[in-house]
Write a protein that binds this ligand. Structure first.
Ligand SMILES: C[C@H](OP(=O)(O)OC[C@@H](O)[C@@H](O)[C@@H](O)Cn1c2nc(=O)[nH]c(=O)c-2cc2ccc(O)cc21)C(=O)N[C@@H](CCC(=O)N[C@@H](CCC(=O)O)C(=O)O)C(=O)O
Length: 146
């Protein structure tokens, strides 16, 4: 069921525009990361403090109906804010192309994280570079259909 609240677009223009194109085209356009051709999903989550609806494009890492989302933020020293949103409210909506699903996010660790990290790097090799450039351990959530 759709998350309730007022949508607050990302403060990053390229992100905001990708979400707008993705959603206005019904998930047929804006579904890759710029000209890389690598697929992107859009995760709708609730702001932990504002309760506003936030929409976050992320690389598509899918395996047997479950997805991983990687809080890489390009290897920045701090987690992206959506990491904290997900910890506060794990119920999200995931749009993969034209398909929307309600999902529950669960941060993974240990062997499970290692397995999903391999899948993530296979889907988007720069994740490995991002992890090398920061002491921050880049978190991974698995999204499972509710
Ligand atoms: C820019 C910032 O967003 P963020 O949640 O930090 O996320 C940063 C990025 O990760 C996010 O923009 C991603 O979409 C970038 N990004 C990827 N980011 C990744 O981390 N991993 C990816 O795989 C990834 C892929 C990707 C593909 C396409 C694309 O267009 C973007 C992609 C933002 O929106 N900040 C808002 C606040 C957002 C928010 O949630 N606020 C909280 C309060 C926060 C607080 O005050 O503590 C609330 O509403 O309650 C603001 O500054 O007003």
């Amino acid at each position: 069921m759709p998350l309730k609240g007022e949508y607050e677009p990302s403060t990053a223009q390229w992100v905001r525009e990708q979400v707008e194109l993705y959603e206005s085209s019904g998930g047929t356009q804006g579904t890759t990361l710029r000209d890389t051709g690598l697929p992107v999903i859009v995760m709708t989550n609730l702001g932990a403090k504002s309760g506003k609806i936030r929409k976050t494009p992320l690389m598509r890492v899918e395996h047997e109906g479950r997805y991983a989302v990687v809080a890489s933020q390009g290897g920045a020293p701090k987690h992206p804010i959506w990491y904290h949103n997900l910890k506060a409210e794990p119920l999200v909506e995931l749009q993969d192309g034209p398909v929307k699903q309600d999902m529950r996010a669960r941060e993974v660790t240990g062997a499970e994280k290692a397995e999903w990290w391999q899948r993530a790097v296979a889907a988007f090799p720069p994740y490995a570079e991002y992890q090398k450039k920061t002491d921050r351990e880049i978190p991974v959530f698995v999204l499972e259909p509710v």
